[in-house]
Design a protein. Structure first.
Length: 298
């Protein structure tokens, strides 16, 4: 079977991770257990997830001319991601995310750095890449104008877009309506509905294309105006960082191979569940064989 061609346009970060038993309060200092650096960024995470699941993945993004940028680009290549269209921005730092892990949960501060140099003009220079993709994955850790530019070009060339609206911000009605699928969590969907001036018909359209992630509970779909829950999988969580990105990458791969939405959602749920059983956003992402074996055992 031909590999699906997935273009991810998004952020590339180095994650600076601290493990601690206690999250410090304001003004408080606590001792951590471990510190380490791991590749991250929503764009890079989703690209790696899709590549590990067997897709032909190209990542369009920016890194700084520093040690992190060089290391991240090389790492992505080892994960099977095409990095030929990652631009190195001079006199700019690579994006970083400061992550605190405590008891299986996380809190994150992102400093965008070179990710904010991914401009609409840069996107438009790569129109051919967009036109030749089977599916495009977008998130919101790059400038919103660039997300809009990518979606406009995707619509021009009739390429479906999965929009992961994270970190949440106010989106235009046009952007919401152009995306083929939107993957908010419950809070993000509430924010989308509250912040966008949609008619009743447009609200129903948004719900119909929304694949709402609900953690271990699974995901919620809307079909013909009715809610449908696709169950999650119970696993022992070690690190939830990157679970949503794994879900999006897996969903893109499954949909690109022609799977119906419910089957694709089940596949993505299983991939996300497996991802939280290991430490590190990208290190924990499963292969296609691991996901299929996991599903077979359920």
């Amino acid at each position: 079977m031909k590999k699906p061609k997935i273009l991810v346009i998004g952020s590339i970060n180095m994650d600076l991770v601290t493990q601690t038993n206690t999250i410090p309060k304001v003004g408080e200092t606590v001792l951590g257990e471990h510190f380490f650096t791991v590749p991250g960024g929503k764009g890079a995470n989703q690209a790696v997830a899709a590549a590990k699941l067997g897709a032909d993945v190209t990542l369009l993004g920016c890194v700084g001319d520093d040690a992190f940028g060089s290391e991240l680009k090389q790492h992505l290549q080892t994960q099977g991601v095409n990095t030929a269209h990652i631009q190195i921005i001079s006199e700019t730092s690579t994006g970083v995310a400061s992550i605190t892990l405590s008891k299986g949960d996380n809190s994150i501060i992102v400093v965008p750095g070179a990710n904010h140099k991914l401009t609409p003009a840069f996107v438009q220079q790569h129109e051919k890449l967009i036109a030749n993709a089977d599916l495009i994955l977008l998130q919101l850790e790059i400038p919103l104008d660039s997300v809009v530019a990518a979606t406009d070009l995707a619509q021009k060339h009739q390429v479906p877009v999965i929009l992961n609206p994270a970190p949440m911000q106010k989106l235009s009605k046009n952007l919401i309506l152009q995306a083929a699928y939107i993957t908010p969590n419950e809070h993000e969907l509430e924010s989308l509905l509250a912040s966008t001036n949609l008619s009743e018909e447009e609200t129903n359209i948004l719900k119909e294309k929304s694949i709402v992630t609900k953690g271990a509970k699974g995901i919620q779909l809307y079909e013909s105006g009715k809610e449908q829950l696709v169950r999650g999988y119970q696993v022992e969580a070690v690190d939830s960082t990157g679970a949503g990105d794994t879900f999006n990458g897996a969903l893109a791969v499954s949909l690109s191979t022609g799977s119906p939405l419910i089957k694709a959602s089940q596949f993505a749920n299983a991939a996300a569940a497996l991802s939280v059983t290991k430490l590190g956003a990208q290190a924990g992402m499963p292969t296609k064989e691991e996901v299929e074996s996991f599903l077979h055992a359920q």
